[in-house]
Design a protein around this ligand. Sequence first.
Ligand code: 16G
Ligand code: ZN
Length: 552
Amino acid sequence: QEQRRRLIAAATRFPLPSGCRFSYGTAGFRADGATMAPAVCRAGILAALRSVKLAGAAVGIVITASHNPIGDNGVKIADPDGGMMAQHWEPFADALANAPDPDALLQMVLQFAKDEGIPLGGEDTAQVLLGRDTRPTGAYLLDAALQGINAIVGARAVDMGILTTPQLHWMVRSKNKGVMASESYYFRQLIGSFRRMLELVPKGKGGDEVAKKLIVDGANGIGGVKLEQIKVELSGIDISVRNSGKEGEGILNHMCGADFVQKERVTPHGFNPEDVGVRCASLDGDADRLVYFRLSSASDNRVDLVDGDKILSLFALFIREQLDIVNNNGGQANKSLSARLGIVQTAYANGASTLFLKSLGLEVVFTPTGVKYLHKRALEYDIGIYFEANGHGTVVFSEDFISQLESLSNELSSQADIGSAQYHAVMRLLAASQLINQAVGDALSGLLLVEAILQYKGWSFQDWCGLYSDLPSRQLKVKVKDRSVIVTTDAETKVSQPSSLQELIDKETANYTHGRCFVRPSGTEDVVRVYAEASTQVEADGLAKSVAHHVE
Ligand code: 16G
Ligand code: ZN
């Protein structure tokens, strides 16, 4: 009875405006922030139910619209392992968000609870951790989420404050592993493992003062704020933050941030000609994306871009090198590591990056766009490295592999092998596994891993950028009446419906050297996206344009 009353009360407080339709897209619900309260309240209900279903394990809610404009907002749910909510709950998320009235919502929840075997009405049955970014609608939507959570009897909400998206994912994961789920613990882990990585840089490598200098574009979001907080403790690099989110510095994601730099390939707001040549990094508004860049010249605003594909390549090289050092030294079976290393990309990965990775003999697989697909696939390996070209990615290590590392490090240190190259390589892998966020792509931890690897290799931005040359590419969006008529297959590389479209794309593509082209309906906007690659920019533009024409 109490349960019914609470659900009706919450749904009544946040009625769904008529004509409103929410869909739990690639990364949760997203819309104009002022219209989001009903969906966020219902996401609160959903998260609490998810926690009850999983025997009270902590679940997360993040209120953010990532790289989207400041007026937008959104909400997504993190599962107990810190990853995205299990996909088979998405249809229920949609149905719940669109329940037309309080009574329909109540019936829907009761029915779902029955079908899924979720026991309602108990005490202390659910806990939900909440985080939000710096958006002006954040506090209002946080309140809506709290009311949704509290509509489930026995659910407890914990407001973790204003955080980067990956911080909240990390906290959910930590909480369920019995690790302290606080921000200070997160920072301590980041700073501590970064320091260990630098201690393991071979003598004589490491950087001079110039190599240590890094300018970070914080997109006027939460990532810049957090980086300002910890940068004094990051000895070994000299970070200055632009677009740090301070009063007067600019608007969230406006003319700045990882999405802007990666898509437009021009200098973000807040940079000037004195920065030419300096290594720069750019985060998105909630700090789960990272790209690097360098101003090419003082006379125009173009940048040399190092996107997610090249960050992935750097990580892959580094990890492969450490595995080789361990396994080729001495060669005793009990002192080697057996690890399946897998690389996960999407169709947006530049073709040159895929060729490069394959030329190293690495196993490369593809999934559809969206972290939930990539992360899941990466977990199938002992070491899975995934990145989207847009800069979202991380490295995941299996528990079995971590215990191999731990026992090998114990064995080597007890045998007074602690000066050996093998021991150092094991320690580097361990430190990297602690530095890089295992729950989700994290711009702050990714940035520190990049910086540590560049120092380890003694590499400049130029060395890194020159690993391979990107093929010229072009992205276009096409507005259509109904984007869902386009259905794709083979990790979005082929159109299966309408059936004639793929033939047309193939025919256009055949006219170009190194031509590659695919189209897919966006998961976050009402458009169809076209991507084309070819050996020159003019050709990539031409291919994209002619295919876009067939989509219209
Ligand atoms: C979301 C996804 C991102 C993906 C993008 C594609 C997460 C956390 N974020 O931002 O991974 O690249 O959507 O957008 O999954 P699109 O479907 O509009 O092209
Ligand atoms: Zn983001």
